[in-house]
Ligand binder design. Structure first.
Ligand SMILES: CC(C)(COP(=O)(O)OP(=O)(O)OC[C@H]1O[C@@H](n2cnc3c(N)ncnc32)[C@H](O)[C@@H]1OP(=O)(O)O)[C@@H](O)C(=O)NCCC(=O)NCCS
Length: 147
């Protein structure tokens, strides 16, 4: 797992392009722009997985997560998301949010397996007309939450 910088933008875009439809894939410029922003954390599994998260004050969000098709169901997504949770926690986040299409069963399964729970819904949020579910998870344990 690599902590990604702007120099990894092309590699991240290649994995993203293999994972999403052309209309949804993010190009190198988008990754480069995001990775240069304060609070954005990028993690790259060079075998074929990427995640971008953003931290603002004590909240974090997943901006994108992708595992290329030939690597799926091998826990790559799980490891990326777990590493992202650890990274945002280290950066001061207490809560993580994300949005996922109601129809995206693999992603919903992954997020549920890591303890994310639905806290909202954005109707017809995606271009295919599907609703976005807003999910949330605490990223610090209760024992250290008071400090
Ligand atoms: C969602 C995605 C990142 C999952 O990555 P992955 O590496 O295949 O997931 P993992 O192997 O780590 O799976 C972990 C758990 O998630 C759940 N899961 C993953 N894929 C699943 C599927 N196709 N159906 C049901 N549950 C699934 C399971 O609980 C799985 O645990 P298990 O394999 O022990 O049953 C991948 O499918 C992907 O890149 N999809 C396209 C892009 C995308 O939708 N990104 C998310 C946008 S919000």
């Amino acid at each position: 797992m690599i902590r990604a910088g702007v120099t990894h933008a092309a590699a991240m875009a290649a994995i993203h392009g293999a994972s999403f439809s052309p209309a949804e894939a993010w190009g190198r410029d988008v990754f480069a722009l995001q990775l240069a922003l304060p609070g954005v954390i990028g993690l790259l599994d060079p075998a074929g997985g990427v995640v971008l998260a953003r931290v603002a004050a004590d909240e974090a969000e997943i901006l994108t997560l992708a595992v290329q098709p030939d690597l799926r169901r091998q826990r790559v997504g799980h490891r990326l998301l777990a590493a992202a949770l650890a990274a945002v926690r280290a950066a001061g986040a207490r809560t993580m949010f994300l949005e996922v299409s109601e129809t995206n069963r693999p992603a919903r399964g992954l997020y549920e397996s890591l303890g994310f729970a639905q806290v909202g819904r954005r109707r017809r949020y995606y271009s295919d007309g599907s609703d976005a579910l807003v999910l949330r998870r605490t990223v610090i344990c209760a024992a250290t939450a008071g400090g």
